[in-house]
Ligand binder design. Structure first.
Ligand SMILES: [Zn+2]
Length: 806
């Protein structure tokens, strides 16, 4: 460009009233997003978006909160300046239509005509799927700066809510890890830590439970904007597909409005058509991924009538390219034949990060194009789905769910109610009887039914992709009653809406999980705590210090001294392998939440020995024997992260238990203990074929056998546990110890979800305390802390975290 021409364009810009030219991503980052061997951190992306927003009135940045690691988290709204000036007005319309109250169908049509709907598009949360958050940088720029009719129409008709990443911490962790290893033999090596502080890849499975800060930030913002569409990017597609799109695999939930699924399918095939039209082949549908589990953050919105979905674009590793030949394809697809739902097969060749970014980008454009065209009808359908849901449960059961305030574990019941409120569910309080009531004639009540009812998995040939049962009242040990007849007017009139749980003061005993948090706080405050069975007493602490702790934990009754055994916190170690164990992360999060003191034990800590001098209890989360022994394979990852415990580490654990330590093993880690400690215990499910026994995650009833054992204190006699591809036990001759819990005899243990071959579990041990030397090993054949949902089972390991005071 000559000097005169530069001057002229500046003058023209001033004349047109524009600020500065929006900067291209390349001019700020120094490379085009998606370029080989380059990954932008979240901070890089954010710095770019700030510059973009400073130069254009078509984009508005908003801070939505903070991440787990404390990063400031921003999102962008992109539209025409006129639409952005009225952003609050359009958000208000979205919320009014979403609840379908106080408006007629006619008014809804008029609002749908008037409004500029909000479309959520995000850069994903699985941080190793790097194209997710790299591609949003270019998308942000183009939506703001490009002038072709396609982009103009989007700005005119829609408001794009662009979350350039929904896991800012992870984006930075992965980009830094890749930069560190780039050009070394470890360029594509796996990340040895979780890319979300506690839950790593499970961060998209916290959609209704909202345990993680990130899930709460997303849900809160989403309830505020009530987007029409919620689209999350993922990698990787079933090979050799290049992108996996709706229609998804069956089964589907019965509690979603059918219109959500109709639009989902239309969106999926629209993306495929748009990609083929742009020369991008290999769109695939319906294989592998079902959306049976409502906990996906990119699925749960369907129950609030936001069309919510994900797509999976092909991934090699990080920003490193790869060349694929057809003979690497699965045999059935080497012929490159066209199929009904894979009609433009991919033929192999290079796959660069830029390719993945381009597929995602064009998929976003296809969705925005569709929404721009059909915005009125889609908006009206969102209203209609809410209206239909309200009407449905005014006419058919359940008419309401009732939750008594008096419970085995009342503070956990309160927690359940709080979770629902965070999900936008309305809760009422009845004064007589004293109970919480959820009226089902409300817009998002499909979600309540989905979370409260036992799941009945349909008989299908395809095995489930994730868990099949999650019934929250079961998992949390909360008594809930469904009302199957219409509410009487007088009862209904007596209800008052509540927005927080107040005034709960449950008995301070070991039935309540909150009591354990209180115990840990009382011990930290130098109080003395004594146990007698389920009873707890506290000595040596002034009521002015003791009572606020109890109140904070929703506990009331002040315990009366009657001579129990004084206890102290166990010196607890939690095994933390370099395999980025999600189960370890969930466990660590729960221990922190309940304020148990503990130390993370890495391989080197266990190998350095003298464990008994420093620890009373060591927890090994759900890992296979191989994973524990071998860890990451040497040569695939930088030396300091390679290897597992090996024989040497196992010997340190044997010495630890032999000298009086307690080893607690979750799920498949129990098999490691049985084999390495040569315990006279068998896994009765070993060797069974999937046709004989299969469970990818369902809720089972266990009966607590040894009610006097301190390890079972506070557990309900029949407790529900999450069984997920785990073992079940049979004790052999020579076994010393106790069976803590057993599956029912002569009936199926299944409470919710899908279980093939239930007879294999009948009467079998689910939890065992095995003596070993002066110590013991607690084998739990299930996940006692599953996704921080199965509160009813927490005590199976909480009770092992105290020791008697000498
Ligand atoms: Zn993913």
């Amino acid at each position: 460009m000559t000097k005169t021409r530069v001057k002229f364009s500046i003058l023209l810009a001033i004349a047109l009233g524009a600020a500065a030219q929006p900067p291209t991503p390349e001019s700020v980052l120094g490379y085009k997003p998606g370029a080989d061997f380059h990954l932008a951190t979240y901070d890089d992306a954010l710095a770019y978006f700030h510059k973009l927003a400073a130069a254009s009135n078509r984009i508005k940045l908003v801070q939505v909160g903070k991440t787990t690691q404390g990063r400031d988290w921003w999102i962008a709204f992109i539209s025409s300046p006129e639409n952005l000036a009225q952003l609050e007005h359009y958000k208000d319309i979205s919320r009014r239509l979403a609840v379908a109250r106080g408006i007629t169908d006619r008014q809804a049509r008029a609002l749908a005509h008037e409004t500029r709907p909000i479309i959520h598009i995000d850069g994903g949360l699985h941080a190793s799927e790097v194209a997710n958050h790299q591609h949003t940088i270019q998308l942000g720029y183009d939506l703001v700066a490009r002038e072709e009719p396609e982009y103009q129409a989007i700005r005119q008709n829609l408001i794009v809510e662009l979350w350039f990443s929904i896991n800012p911490d992870g984006q930075t962790i992965v980009a830094n890890w890749y930069r560190e290893n780039l050009g070394t033999p470890y360029e594509v090596s796996p990340l040895p830590v979780l890319y979300q502080e506690y839950v790593g890849h499970d961060n998209n499975r916290d959609g209704y439970m909202l345990n993680m800060l990130e899930s709460r930030v997303i849900t809160k913002a989403t309830l505020e904007t009530q987007p029409l569409v919620f689209y999350t990017q993922h990698q990787t597609a079933p090979f050799p597909g290049r992108i996996y799109l709706p229609p998804f695999a069956d089964p589907i939930s019965a509690n979603m409005h059918p219109l959500m699924l109709r639009w989902l399918n239309l969106i999926g095939t629209t993306i495929a058509e748009y990609l083929d039209d742009h020369g991008l082949t290999g769109s695939m549908h319906q294989e592998t991924f079902d959306v049976w589990y409502p906990g996906y953050i990119d699925n749960v919105g369907n129950f609030r009538h936001t069309i919510s979905f994900f797509t999976e674009t092909a991934l090699y590793r990080y920003a490193t390219p790869h060349f694929y030949t057809v003979d690497e394809f699965p045999a059935a697809r080497q012929g490159l034949g066209e199929e009904m739902l894979y009609s433009s097969p991919w033929r192999g060749g290079w796959w660069h990060l830029s390719d993945a970014c381009q597929y995602m980008y064009e998929a976003d454009m296809a969705v925005l194009g569709l929404a721009s065209k059909y915005r009125e009808q889609m908006t009206y359908n969102k209203y209609r789905a809410a209206r239909d849901t309200i009407e449905k449960f005014q006419q058919e059961p359940p008419f309401a769910y009732v939750i008594p305030r008096e419970q085995h574990d009342a503070p956990t019941a309160a927690l359940l109610l709080e979770k629902l409120m965070l999900n936008g569910i309305e809760v009422h309080q009845s004064s007589s009887p004293d109970e919480w009531v959820i009226l089902m004639g409300q817009p998002f009540s499909g979600l309540v039914k989905e979370l409260f009812e036992p799941q009945v998995y349909p008989t299908l040939t395809q095995r489930p992709y994730d868990v099949t049962g999650w019934t929250l009242p079961y998992q949390m040990g909360v008594e809930v009653h469904a009302l199957t007849t219409p509410l009487e007017k007088s009862f209904r009139d007596s209800l008052r809406p509540i927005h927080e749980i107040t005034g709960l003061a449950a008995p301070f005993n070991r039935g309540a999980n909150a009591s354990y948090r209180a115990i840990n706080q009382l011990l930290a405050a130098k109080g003395q705590v004594l146990f007698t069975g389920d009873l707890i007493e506290v000595l040596g602490l002034d009521p002015s210090k003791r009572d606020p702790i109890l109140r904070e934990n929703r506990l009331g009754a002040v315990p009366i001294a009657d001579g129990g055994k004084p206890i102290k916190p166990a010196r607890t170690g939690l095994y933390r392998p370099w395999l980025a164990s999600i189960d370890e992360g969930w466990t660590r999060w729960i221990l922190e939440q309940y304020q148990f003191p503990f130390t993370s034990l890495y391989n080197a800590d266990i190998l350095s020995g003298h464990l008994r001098e420093h620890y009373d209890t060591i927890i090994i989360p759900d890992l296979s024997e191989r994973q524990i022994l071998d860890g990451q394979r040497p040569g695939t990852i930088p030396e300091r992260y390679a290897g597992g415990l090996g024989e040497e580490g196992v010997q340190e654990l044997r010495d630890f238990v032999d000298a009086g330590g307690t080893l607690v093993t979750f799920n498949n880690a129990s098999l490691f203990a049985i084999s390495q400690f040569k315990l006279p215990v068998d896994n009765v499910l070993a060797g069974l074929r999937p046709e004989q026994f299969f469970c990818s995650g369902c809720l089972l009833t266990v009966h607590v056998e040894d009610a006097k054992n301190p390890l079972t204190a506070g557990l309900a006699p029949d407790t529900i546990v999450m069984f997920e591809r785990g073992p079940a036990f049979n004790t052999r001759t020579g076994f010393k110890g106790a069976v803590l819990a057993r599956y029912p005899r002569e009936r199926s243990a299944l409470a919710s979800g899908y279980l093939a071959g239930p007879d294999h579990l009948e009467g079998r041990a689910a939890a065992v305390e095995a003596d070993y030397g002066k110590g013991r090993i607690i084998l739990l054949g299930f996940k006692p802390q599953w996704r921080a949902q199965s509160h009813a089972a927490y005590k199976f390991f909480f009770n092992a975290l105290y020791v008697a005071k000498p």
